[in-house]
Write a protein that binds this ligand. Sequence first.
Ligand code: AMP
Ligand code: MG
Length: 315
Amino acid sequence: MKVSIERAAALLKCSQPVAIPTETVWGLAARLDDEPAMRQIFFLKGRPLKNPLIIHLSDPKFLFSCCTIKPPGLHELIDAFWPGGLTVVVPVNENKVPSLARAGLPTAAFRIPDHTTTLSLIKITGPLVAPSANRSGSPSATTPAHIIKDFGSWLPILQTKTYCRHGIESTILIWQDDAWHVGRLGAIGIDAIATVLGYEPARHTAHSDQPLCPGQLFRHYAPQARLTLSTGAWKEDDASQYDGVLGFSDRSYPGARRIITLSTSTDAASAGNALYSALRDLDRFQLKSVYVDINVPASADWLAILDRLEKASQS
Ligand code: AMP
Ligand code: MG
């Protein structure tokens, strides 16, 4: 059900979650000051309560009012990348950010999305929590059709003319132990972040005993199909082993029963944009076992895509 900005604001006021567009992926939004609505989001998504939510703002004032320290580089990051696909996780005053949004952590995640319609909505409603608008574990939603597939057509969807430009989630930077760390690769490249910070933030790998980025602990972005990632070249006898191929339009996969392409193998931006639709297509065609061509450079622009494919291939 498509709704206007005013209607979305009214529904959110009555604790009704609304799907909102952003330049990364679609979000499923509730007001940060509405605990029942936030609970409803966890329930609708089947999201573990341990997995915290990103708080979406229309300006940085709220972040400054609740963070307990202003880490070096925070202002520069905000100036360079907001509105945009960068989320920052900082220590906060626990009385100012509801525990449910933080999953009980002493930190919270913030960003300003680069999407005019959604920014107009947030200006009316105040801060919104918005995890991706998909069932937990499934590929994120990058079109209204993906949202309807996961939740049904009853869910209010904020009407927009623009689409998810990146098609891949925000990059998450976490301030910990006096430095910024990468919690999740995403829409903003680490090379651009390193230029702003003057150093390349270290990648963090989650350990179940002390997670820095709790979302890393859960299965993510995954279609039903079993994915086999390959950095080599396609061989004709691969055709008998797989129901299909997820690959590139400038390569050939002789004998493959079905080929789904992301983009050309030199166009990371288009590949990122097509990724979640392509993963969902694997299920639409009921493919069980899929060869995934990841024979691409490990350059900054491909890293987030390779990371998602890696996670999607884990069982
Ligand atoms: P999603 O909204 O589904 O894109 O997921 C948001 C992700 O942000 C979570 O899965 C966490 O990995 C990360 N995140 C949110 N809040 C925090 C926090 N306080 N500390 C560390 N990571 C966070
Ligand atoms: Mg998500």
